[in-house]
Design a protein around this ligand. Structure first.
Ligand code: PEP
Ligand code: MN
Length: 349
């Protein structure tokens, strides 16, 4: 961290800054210029806020040199983090596709859909059972019953399951069922929840808050990593802008930016980022071309009658077409899709 003193700052003010640097267990290194003094604070400065110095008299500005998210940063971990998740890896050359409905609606819906999408390229099954809905009167999810159906779908297909956790009180029960815990956009800065999933050793899919900066997302990931859970996957899911033609605005920039700032895998959710099924394939291809490590996409057997997010859900047929297109893009950028495993003989589908 560099503390830039105002022109004409007194020696007393400089000494006070140095004293505070040392109180924070950092060492101070001053560069005395003709007009201004700059003091470098060296050491474990990621846990010392620049605000501590900004308010001191005689200080003009404080600049961080290293990023405040030490564990998530590439500065301290230059290689990509690659995790395995029941049969495939994420963060390496392979690009997994996570697919499924917005909400688990019934046992037959999730089991049938899991079998269909597995055959057309899904590597993991998503499905919400606790739904963060804007209205308290909208369907809130099947809860524990839905978790049991997801677990059954995994038993039948071998697809690992990804389910959103909404509250700290749900964590201990959910980890008995799920392969990956999803933290939704609305909970990205629920710091108690981040700490609670950081205490587990279950991989976490952390979605970007709709008004969160890239730094906010990385600091949220830092909470989970600081708990000792290092399997965190970041997910761009669109941000709120002035644009109303789509549900959110896909921040494609975030993919190469995140990939340069962090070693964690970065995936895209084209369903929530666009809000319309007919844009999902184009944006998914753009994401893979831009370096995304995976896609999480909403698919429903009958989008018109889906209980939630039908407008943005692909039919299984459109999902299959999209996967075949993404495969070509992946190969063009020297990556590959995870080979899908067919376990069910055709006659038993
Ligand atoms: C979801 O994945 O169904 C969801 C609610 O997403 P987000 O948290 O990104 O809105
Ligand atoms: Mn949804």
């Amino acid at each position: 961290m560099m503390i830039i003193m105002q022109p004409g700052a007194t020696q007393e003010q400089v000494d006070h800054v140095i004293e505070l640097i040392e109180v924070n267990n950092l060492s101070a290194h001053s560069i005395v210029g003709v007009e201004q003094t700059i003091i470098g604070a060296v050491g474990e400065s990621h846990n010392v806020s620049p605000h501590v110095f900004e308010t001191l008299s005689g200080v003009q500005a404080v600049q961080r040199i290293s990023q405040p998210y030490k564990l998530a940063s590439r500065q301290f971990h230059p290689e990509n983090s690659i995790f395995s998740l029941n049969g495939f890896t994420i963060g390496g050359d392979e690009i997994p596709i996570i697919a499924g409905p917005c909400s688990v609606e019934s046992r037959s819906q999730i089991i049938d859909l899991a079998q269909i999408i597995k055959e057309t390229g899904a590597n993991a099954l998503r499905g919400g059972v606790f739904k963060p809905r804007s209205s308290p009167y909208s369907f809130q999810g099947l809860g524990e019953e839905g978790l049991q159906y997801m677990a059954e779908a995994r038993e039948l297909t071998g697809l690992p399951i990804v389910v959103e956790v909404m509250a700290v009180s749900q964590v201990s029960n959910m980890i008995k069922y799920v392969d990956m815990l999803q933290i939704g956009a609305r909970n990205m800065q629920n710091f108690n929840l981040l700490r609670a999933v950081g205490d587990t050793r279950i991989p976490v899919l952390l979605k970007r808050g709709m008004s969160a900066t890239i730094e906010d997302l990385l600091l949220a990931a830092e909470y989970i990593l600081a708990g000792g859970n290092n399997r965190v996957v970041l997910c761009e899911r669109g941000i709120r802008t002035f644009e109303t033609a789509t549900r959110n605005t896909t921040d494609i920039n975030a993919i190469p930016v995140l990939k340069s700032l962090t070693h964690l895998p970065v995936i895209l959710d084209p369903s929530h980022s666009t809000g319309y099924a007919n844009y999902v394939s184009a944006v998914s291809k753009a994401a893979v071309a831009a370096g995304a490590d995976g896609i999480i996409v909403e698919v429903h057997q009958d989008p018109a009658h889906a209980i939630s997010d039908g407008r943005q859900s692909l039919t299984p047929e459109d999902f299959a077409i999209m996967v075949s297109k993404i495969k070509l893009i992946a190969e063009a950028v020297d990556r590959r899709l995870v080979p899908s495993k067919f376990t069910l003989p055709l006659g038993e589908r």
